[in-house]
Design a protein around this ligand. Sequence first.
Ligand SMILES: C[S@@+](CC[C@H](N)C(=O)[O-])C[C@H]1O[C@@H](n2cnc3c(N)ncnc32)[C@H](O)[C@@H]1O
Length: 353
Amino acid sequence: MNDTAVEPFPTAASPNSNAYPEPLTVTNVDTAIEADPTAAPDADDGYATDTSSSRVSTSISSSVRDYTFENNRRYHKFREGAYNFPNDEPEQDREDMKHAMVVNLCNGRLHFAPLENPQKILDIGTGTGIWAIDMGDEFPGAGVLGIDLSPIQPIWIPPNVSFMIDDAEANWTHKPGSFDYIHIRHMTSSIKDWPKLMSQAYTTLKPGGWIELQELRFIIMCDDGTLTEDDPVSGFIKNVRKGLAAVGVDLLAMEKNSTNLQAAGFVNVNEKIFKVPLGTWPRDPKMKTIGLYNQYIIEDGLQGIAMGPFTRGLQWAPEAVELYLMGVRKGLRNSRVHSYYPFHAVIGQKPLS
Ligand SMILES: C[S@@+](CC[C@H](N)C(=O)[O-])C[C@H]1O[C@@H](n2cnc3c(N)ncnc32)[C@H](O)[C@@H]1O
């Protein structure tokens, strides 16, 4: 779909170049995604998730490997309660599907920062480590370190990739000025103190090094009036935001990523925004696939997404949550609603001096 194609960020002459030609840019959001008039109104295309993965870690102490269970879901034990979503296999499959969706949306790109021969790469909140592993393959000469609260990364990984259990909100112990690139993706539901995180990233980067944040903006949008005030999916997302706010997490904090980066001292800050359709309603085959992924990412993960924010934040009983989710599931399959939410990719560079 040419009119909504993702334009690559301009490539700087070198990673140390301060010449970054564009100011903040917005990609593909001015163009409405064209709807497929033949889409089934209650689409329910089959999709089987991969449940074959089995992940353990061997390089960490047993206390960090422990898990906690709540409402039949498994959560991290290290810094218990800090992150409000499960870390069990269904959730890991969902995160891997999210990776596939976002990489597809970005035309196969793992990053937009103009990297040239990076030596050290840090992935904050690496999850299943899927991005870090792909990045290790793209840059075999670089060391890629992924950190996370949960030891859910695979043991069979490229030799240049490693994982560490660590809390990104604690004081970092990485050597100042030691990394070429820091990557943060889908962490808006995790981090409470973004200015502190960005300031620590700034210190840890080499002069000329890049930071990149890739985040979904959880506001359901629509360009053709098919989204109504009482849309159950919109209502659900609003409740997730409220529940997370009650436990100190601002799900829309990512709206300030560009300004926070500038406040932390980063230059050449550049933002791209893409539309991520929800459901199989777009006419364009690529957008239809992305919409299908997105629909299942939410539908498969509905209970996992809801339980933490609704029971911990909004104090709902688990049974009430399950009942409520029945209506949300129905809303997710309604292809008459041409909804989407934005995805923001923001990059910034630490000045050379
Ligand atoms: C939504 S997942 C994103 C995973 C990965 N960034 C990706 O895009 O595939 C969020 C991850 O951040 C981790 N996390 C949450 N809070 C964290 C913290 N304070 N320090 C380190 N990791 C954290 C969670 O354990 C979870 O694996």
